[in-house]
Design a protein around this ligand. Structure first.
Ligand SMILES: Cc1cc2nc3c(=O)[nH]c(=O)nc-3n(C[C@H](O)[C@H](O)[C@H](O)COP(=O)(O)OP(=O)(O)OC[C@H]3O[C@@H](n4cnc5c(N)ncnc54)[C@H](O)[C@@H]3O)c2cc1C
Length: 335
């Protein structure tokens, strides 16, 4: 276990914000986590993974916790549906890569999503028609309030679109995910509903999850910044949901990309709105809108400050509000 005071968080967030926290705790086992003297740690407490969905807006006055619980345990490889228990500190994509190598289907569409397994269960990460909740059958946590282990079934996790019980304001920060139970399958079951995935496979019918993974990796590398090369936290804004009337004002001829939702509302890609306002490539100091995907704000200079990112965020929100009357909300969690 590592406990350090006045810790530099630069390497702990993929936006590469130069901020620090009063105390940083990295633990290797559940026992170490349970044994921490929480009463003596500077408050508030914040548990992070790889910091790939976070924007630190300044120095953090409390304690940042990070899990190094790293194991992947295949409970019965002989079954068609293979249950796998995974430590919260495992890098999500290492887990996906390993299951693909074993020929197990389920996680391949979620290849290359940054972050760790614990956060994947909190965020209900998703891409290319699949979300983590499709694979999760249970989540094991440490309850910081009652200081005991608790288990949640998939239903109890209340998964929704990029949402879960763990994100609800009444319990946010209370449960530390320590491991996640997922279920993968040996049955040939590629999910190729997204046209881009079929295109990347060049018409071939994939025989292995590895083939789908390779295609997804190719698509993502073309579109998204590699956190190792350029700082970002992925999609910065949520796609707004508007009324039919509002959509008619945004796009009088109805040609703007959109998804009709069951309740009669319409989801509009935030990237399209931002692009239409001419923000592609726009910059505030070292922060810029990514040229290849306007939904992503990047730390283009490598030295962008939180204030520069926030200024660019506000400029985009104001621009989209003025032009389309739509308020964008950040997807990235501001700390
Ligand atoms: C280039 C790029 C592309 C991305 N693409 C996608 C994508 O396609 N789909 C998608 O869904 N997301 C995507 N993301 C967002 C990000 O990868 C996910 O949100 C990911 O799950 C964050 O994982 P993390 O470990 O970095 O968590 P953090 O960003 O560190 O934390 C996220 C949240 O989880 C909480 N948390 C973290 N660990 C634990 C734990 N052990 N117990 C309890 N709470 C915890 C944190 O408090 C925080 O609220 C992308 C990000 C980047 C930078």
């Amino acid at each position: 276990m590592r406990i350090q005071l006045n810790y530099d968080l630069h390497a702990q967030n993929t936006f590469r914000m130069k901020v620090s926290c009063a105390c940083y705790v990295e633990y290797e086992t559940v026992k170490e986590l349970e044994g921490l003297n929480f009463d003596r740690l500077p408050k508030p407490l914040l548990h992070i993974g790889a910091g790939s969905n976070l924007l630190f807006t300044g120095d953090f006055p409390g304690t940042v916790l990070h899990s190094n619980i790293e194991f992947i345990k295949y409970i019965d490889m002989g079954l068609d549906e293979v249950p796998v228990m995974v430590g919260a500190g495992v890098v999500w994509d290492h887990f996906v890569a390993e299951t693909c190598r074993h020929g197990l289907w389920g996680a391949e569409n979620l290849s290359l999503i940054p972050g760790e397994v614990g956060a994947a269960a909190v965020q209900n990460i998703g891409a290319y028609g699949v979300e983590a909740a499709d694979l999760i059958s249970g989540v094991v946590c440490f309850d910081l309030q009652e200081r005991r282990k608790v288990k949640f079934s998939r239903e109890e996790c209340r998964y929704g679109y990029r949402d879960s019980l763990f994100k609800q304001p009444e319990v946010k920060g209370r449960y530390v995910v320590t491991s996640v139970l997922l279920r993968l399958t040996r049955r040939h079951s590629p999910r190729l509903d997204y046209k881009g995935v079929r295109d990347a496979l060049q018409g071939a019918e994939p025989q292995t999850p590895q083939q789908v993974r390779d295609a997804i990796v190719r698509i993502r590398r073309q579109k998204l910044p590699d956190p190792e090369e350029i700082g970002s936290a992925g999609s910065f804004f949520k796609n707004p949901v508007v009324s039919r009337e509002q959509f008619a004002r945004i796009s009088p001829d109805g040609t703007a990309p959109h998804y009709d939702l069951l309740d009669g509302t319409v989801k509009v890609p935030a990237a399209w709105l931002i692009d239409r306002c001419g923000f592609k490539g726009a910059a505030e100091g070292g922060a810029a809108v990514y040229e290849r995907q306007p939904l992503v704000i990047v730390n283009a200079s490598g030295t962008a400050s939180p204030q520069e990112v926030l200024a660019l965020e506000q400029r985009i929100i104001n621009g989209v509000q003025e032009r389309f009357g739509v308020t964008l909300h950040p997807e990235v969690e501001h700390i």
